[in-house]
Ligand binder design. Structure first.
Ligand SMILES: [Zn+2]
Length: 167
């Protein structure tokens, strides 16, 4: 296992649609375990997508610090969402120092494969539903800043570039 470096915005890989995983072997399980180690290395992080550690494949790990605990998913897909959108401030390891208020569905049904290659379905609500949507967004090249209005997004990119120059 290894702790990966986190890829930061505006790295191109964060904007790519990640490739589906075809075979699930020891190699993929090792990648998932290293992603878990990387996630736990930061105490506030509740989820990580493979692009954030520079892997162009559809893997996510989540631990929303709830009774469900650790989840490792391969090729996750949102099958269904339910309920009126709810807004909450979200952060992202790839966008340090920024939070964005994001509207998301309160309930989701996600289909994925587990580490053993079995098809599983997760039906959940609340915070875990939000984290699942955030991480699956990553696999599709979508980031929290995409939920900003156009004006706010323009301001964000000016400020972010300035900050990077100064630091
Ligand atoms: Zn993120």
């Amino acid at each position: 296992m290894a702790i990966y470096d986190i890829v930061k915005y505006p790295a191109a890989i964060l904007r790519k649609k990640a490739k589906a995983v075809k075979d699930i072997s020891g190699y993929q399980r090792d990648l998932l375990d290293s992603m878990v180690e990387t996630m736990y290395n930061d105490e506030v992080t509740v989820g990580l997508a493979a692009q954030q550690v520079n892997l162009d494949i559809r893997l996510i790990v989540i631990d929303a610090r709830d009774k469900v605990g650790l989840i490792k998913l391969i090729n996750p897909v949102i099958k269904r969402v339910e309920g009126e959108l709810v807004s909450m401030e979200e952060g992202c390891m790839s966008l340090p120092g920024i939070t964005v208020s994001v509207f998301r569905s309160p309930k989701v049904v996600v289909e994925a494969k587990n580490e053993r290659g079995q098809l599983i379905e997760i039906e959940t609500e609340g915070f875990l539903a939000r984290v699942l949507q955030h991480e699956i967004d990553h696999l599709n090249g979508k980031l929290i800043i995409d939920y900003l209005s156009l004006v706010k997004k323009a301001l964000f990119s000016i400020n972010y570039k300035l900050k990077r120059k100064l630091s």
